[in-house]
Design a protein around this ligand. Structure first.
Ligand SMILES: Cc1cc2nc3c(=O)[nH]c(=O)nc-3n(C[C@H](O)[C@H](O)[C@H](O)COP(=O)(O)OP(=O)(O)OC[C@H]3O[C@@H](n4cnc5c(N)ncnc54)[C@H](O)[C@@H]3O)c2cc1C
Ligand code: FES
Ligand code: FES
Length: 471
């Protein structure tokens, strides 16, 4: 058991005794007084608090941006944390220099967060076209400069081949190996390594906070200044971090992040990949997990409608053993699920596309990036000689739980997809779902949009839709 949190801060090894449920933002600003990391919204939306987190993966250190306002100190145990102050060595980091030269900052409040996000992109070695730059910036709001000069600065650095992040060497991470338990200042943070250990802990402590990426839980912690006396983190559980592939399925442990899911899903289901790219921001996707999205059981979560339409099966585990079920059976009522107090979501299996299968998922929200769905509709059909042999249609935002709409599927099965069958399917969607009104959309708006998506799907399959802006 450790009594402190060990990590690298801007390349220097740290051994810090602080409650593990303190947010990283609070510690950075009040502890070492690294005030370049700002607090804007304090709920993961604005990116002013962005920092880089480094982990060793396949023998290299990979850095990604994350929101320090909704991340706890326990979550950085064993990792490398880089703030805007740590990017500068003898000279400015190339992103800092390009931003300064290009007039990419006015009041400067957003600038550290923007520099961090772009430094993360510059270090990724990935494609650095405008899509990648916009993706990297989707979680950072600038209200005064505007994005053109920022994007131009990014283009310049990417055009020169990116830039690395100053930090510790791979071998140094052995000195900050994550502790199995951290007990500090009256709070306990467990970091089991195996599913067996996780299940034992869950059995003994069903009331402890079960924490994955913390992108849902961390918002509540920051908003209500919560007190997490005991936390069980899934981040280091080997089985929950597994990604597997068979000839027929992809499988993901529950603690696999959305950014990791994206890389594997994109070649098989491009429409799902488009949805995942719109899931929060890079900061959210690189912390938030697929299991957390299911575990939170939000009626407007984006993962469940797509996963239900794809015919996903999830596996729940406890000391009594495992049980599998179709994802649609997991959700019982508003925020009520099949999960028992001593159970965890262990994994889920996504079938690979079948011959003749078409899949589309559409997210309707007020903003394209970094927004919550008003309605999310997912459609999957398998056709043979133009006739629908099977269909799965699911919606989020239309009921207390993510909902499969069998009546709408029945209107298509055994028939071709044409205007008439689509009208019948759309009518079934309207009849079967009774959404609520809220500030995102009235019940009537939601019903109309959901029904319209059936027509959008028909036109997509007929090649009639020009992707002006991918839904
Ligand atoms: C700014 C912002 C933008 C967002 N955008 C989107 C979006 O576009 N679409 C969307 O759907 N969501 C969005 N979210 C919500 C959130 O990011 C997702 O729901 C994410 O997948 C949650 O995963 P997590 O690992 O962070 O979960 P956590 O916050 O760690 O946990 C969430 C819940 O799941 C439970 N849980 C976690 N793992 C398990 C497990 N293995 N077994 C059982 N229960 C478990 C936890 O106990 C908790 O109740 C956004 C959040 C923020 C802050
Ligand atoms: S302060 Fe806005 S994302 Fe953290
Ligand atoms: S420079 Fe003022 S918010 Fe971006």
């Amino acid at each position: 058991m450790a009594n402190s949190i060990r990590f690298f801060l801007n390349g220097q090894k740290q051994d810090v005794t602080v409650r593990p449920d303190t947010t990283v933002l609070e510690w950075l600003r009040l502890g070492p007084r690294l005030t370049g990391t700002k607090e804007g919204c304090a709920e993961g939306d604005c990116g002013a608090c962005s920092v880089l987190l480094g982990d060793v993966s396949n023998g290299e250190i990979r850095y990604h941006a994350a929101n320090s306002c909704i991340m706890t100190m326990g979550q950085i145990d064993g990792r490398a944390l880089v703030t805007v102050e740590g990017l500068k060595g003898e000279t400015l980091h190339p992103i800092q220099a390009a931003m300064a030269e290009n007039g990419s900052s006015q009041c400067g409040f957003c600038t550290p967060g923007i520099v961090i996000s772009l430094a993360g992109l510059a270090a990724s070695g990935g494609q650095a076209d405008d899509h990648a730059i916009h993706d990297a910036l989707a979680g950072n709001l600038c209200r005064c400069t505007g994005y053109r000069p920022i994007v131009e600065a990014a283009r310049k650095v990417m055009g020169e081949g990116g830039a690395s992040i100053p930090g510790p060497a791979v071998a140094a991470f052995a000195e900050v190996e994550p502790a199995q338990q951290i007990a500090a200042s009256g709070a306990m943070f467990h970091q089991p390594r195996t599913l067996d250990d996780l299940l034992q802990l869950r059995h003994e402590k069903p009331r402890a906070v079960l924490l994955a990426g913390g992108t849902d839980l961390g918002v509540a912690l920051a908003d209500f200044h919560g007190d997490w006396g005991e936390v069980i983190s899934t981040a280091h559980v080997r089985e929950l971090r597994d990604i597997g592939e068979t000839p027929t399925h992809l499988s993901f442990g529950a603690a696999v992040t959305w950014e990791e899911v994206l890389a594997h899903v994109a070649p098989l289901y491009p429409s799902f990949a488009t949805l995942i790219r719109r899931f929060g921001s890079t900061q959210i996707r690189s912390m938030g997990t697929i299991g957390g999205n299911i575990g939170t059981a939000s009626p407007i979560g984006d993962g469940p409608p797509a996963l239900i339409a794809l015919g996903v099966e999830i596996e729940l585990a406890s000391l009594d053993g495992t049980r599998a079920m179709p994802l649609e059976d997991f959700f019982l009522d508003y925020r009520k699920t099949e999960l028992k107090p001593d159970e965890v979501i262990a994994s889920l299996r996504i079938p690979k596309p079948a011959a003749g299968q078409d899949f589309r998922v559409y997210k309707i929200s007020k903003r394209y990036d970094q927004d919550i769905s008003t309605v999310c509709g997912a459609f999957s059909v398998v056709r043979e000689d133009g006739i629908v042999r099977s269909a799965r249609i699911a919606f989020g935002g239309m009921a207390a739980i993510p909902k499969r709409v069998r009546e709408a599927e029945a209107a298509l099965v055994g028939r071709p997809i044409n205007e008439e069958t689509t009208r019948a399917s759309a009518a079934a969607i309207r009849d079967a779902l009774s959404p609520l009104s809220d500030w995102r959309g009235s019940a009537e708006y939601r019903s109309q949009v959901a029904a319209n998506l059936a027509e959008r799907f028909r036109r997509d399959l007929a090649g009639e839709v020009v992707e002006v802006m991918a839904l």
